[in-house]
Design a binder for this molecule. Structure first.
Ligand SMILES: [Cu+2]
Length: 138
């Protein structure tokens, strides 16, 4: 059973191309939201780069969820919260009133200043307490 070298080269190149294609698919899948609904994100989340200070962090609210629910910002950063939902929401620190957007009507946005002290600040929507997240300042 002769196996010519051109044939082997062709197979190798195909395998490399297939692997590259599979990797690109995996990368794409990694970008999409995983709405498992089970709550509790994986503990192995990769470290994400924090947006530059003063660049303005944006949080949107849609389908009764904050996106992103766990933003990380610099101390004193300006955070704009846009309500893309069909009902009024708030983004309110659950302890110490560290921040509070007040009521944000559908289609409207509100801006608040992140705390100047580093730490994790759990928040929720005062109207829908099941909507929760954590703002991290560091
Ligand atoms: Cu709400």
């Amino acid at each position: 059973m002769p196996l010519s070298s051109p044939f082997r080269t062709g197979r190798t190149r195909f395998a490399v191309a297939a692997a590259a294609f599979f990797l690109s698919l995996t990368a794409l899948a990694g970008c999409s939201d995983s709405d498992g609904g089970g709550g509790g994100s994986s503990s192995s989340a990769p470290a994400t780069s924090r947006p530059p200070a003063g660049g303005g962090t944006k949080v949107s609210i849609k389908d009764f969820k904050f996106r992103p629910a766990d933003p990380t910002v610099a101390p004193g950063a300006r955070i704009t919260v846009t309500n893309d939902d069909t009902t009024t929401h708030t983004m309110t620190a659950t302890k110490g009133k560290a921040f509070d957007t007040g009521d944000i009507a559908p289609g409207k946005s509100a801006t608040f200043t992140a705390p100047s002290k580093a730490g994790a600040y759990p928040y929720d929507c005062t109207i829908h307490p099941f909507m929760t997240g954590t703002l991290t300042v560091k």
